[in-house]
Design a protein around this ligand. Structure first.
Ligand SMILES: NC(=O)c1ccc[n+]([C@@H]2O[C@H](COP(=O)([O-])OP(=O)(O)OC[C@H]3O[C@@H](n4cnc5c(N)ncnc54)[C@H](OP(=O)(O)O)[C@@H]3O)[C@@H](O)[C@H]2O)c1
Length: 328
């Protein structure tokens, strides 16, 4: 699989990585055997980047990753985790060096490592991105050898632009997909200029952009696609990319004819993201080995023709932009 340098670090990662939220929790039942087999399949396909967080399944995702990597041995992939969401209440004042260090120590134990490859602040409240003390504290964790690098995960383009003004931030994780194009319009050029790695998350709009959903689709009660459509538990943009379900289904039908012959719609959606040079790695989630392999296959797709890019942009502008462009 093709690789990209990970921003200003000395690491390189495959441009398609693995999003490990669903193998942790909040996506309905995924058995331990399926979770492990899915991650093995992603790594067998050549992926060398994994994104997780301490709260995914309350640490289960991190522990599954540790178990799978122990079983495999050999070269370790780059494992990015996140901290902050264990705070309760989740408020800016909780983002102190001491609290983050406590969370980091737990992630070190879960992942069975001495040092985290990348610690990302996990979509903190906006003021945290402007707090120099938080970033000084992260630098302290780096000096202690507990983290190799620090980055941020953000909800909005404005937060991304604030975050990359802080010294030491090597990466920004942001939602970027066929239904969320603002980062390309207003952020990617700045990230590239500063050598900041960009991690594109929710690339399949929570599965919508695989083209498999219909108005009759249902989801388990413990799947965020049941309980967070309006932001009841966390930012609504994390569920279906914040697009109302019926509108999204119509856009998917209009996108379907653009899928290259022989490709899945999921691979098309991922390849569309990779057309943007500023993206370092795209991190589709998966719950089965088949899904992980299908997502890895996007790496082999040819660049999309300009006419396809233009048609996708028109669908976004007409159907999706009025729903989301002003929000994130
Ligand atoms: N705040 C944050 O920092 C934050 C928030 C969200 C996500 N993330 C990260 O970004 C990653 C990716 O986002 P995401 O997992 O939310 O959404 P996503 O990648 O857009 O969608 C993943 C879901 O789509 C379905 N799917 C995946 N590949 C498929 C395929 N080839 N064919 C058919 N269905 C497929 C699976 O669910 P079903 O089979 O059940 O449909 C899978 O769980 C996460 O895993 C996580 O690492 C971070």
């Amino acid at each position: 699989m093709q690789t990209n340098p990970f921003g200003r670090t000395d690491r390189a990662v495959t441009r398609i990585g693995f999003g490990a939220w669903a193998i942790g929790g909040t996506w309905g039942e995924v058995s331990l055997a399926d979770a492990k087999a899915t991650l093995h399949a992603a790594l067998d396909a050549g992926m060398t980047f994994i994104d997780t967080a301490d709260v995914y399944g309350d640490g289960r995702s991190e522990r599954v990753i540790a178990e799978v990597l122990a079983e495999r041995g050999g070269d370790r992939p780059f494992v990015a985790t996140k901290a902050g969401r264990r705070l309760s209440p989740h408020v800016a004042a909780g983002y102190t060096g001491a609290n983050i260090e406590t969370f980091v120590d737990r992630s070190l134990r879960n992942l069975r490592v001495d040092r985290l490859d990348l610690l990302q602040l996990h979509c903190p409240p906006t003021p945290v991105f402007a707090d120099p003390e938080m970033f000084v504290a992260l630098e302290g964790l780096r000096a202690k050898g507990k983290i190799a690098h620090c980055g941020v995960s953000v909800e909005t383009v404005d937060e991304a632009l604030m975050a990359i003004r802080q010294p030491g931030v090597v990466s920004v994780q942001i939602i970027y997909n066929l239904f969320r194009v603002k980062p390309a319009q207003e952020f990617f050029r700045e990230a590239t200029a500063k050598g900041v790695a960009v991690i594109a998350r929710v690339p399949l709009a929570s599965g919508l952009l695989t083209g498999k959903m219909t108005a009759a689709s249902t989801f388990a009660a413990d799947d965020h696609r049941s309980f967070n459509r309006h932001g009841e538990a966390f930012d609504k943009g994390e569920t279906f990319s914040g697009v109302p379900f019926e509108v999204a289904l119509q856009a998917v039908e209009e996108l379907r004819p653009l899928v290259p012959d022989g490709a899945t719609m999921a691979a098309f959606a991922l390849r569309w993201i990779l057309m943007e040079q500023a993206v370092t790695v795209v991190i589709p989630g998966a719950k089965t080995p088949k899904q992980a392999r299908a997502n890895a296959a996007a790496d082999a797709l040819a660049p999309l023709p300009q006419a396809t890019m233009d048609a996708a942009r028109e669908i976004y502008a007409r159907l999706i932009a009025p729903q989301v462009q002003h929000l994130w």
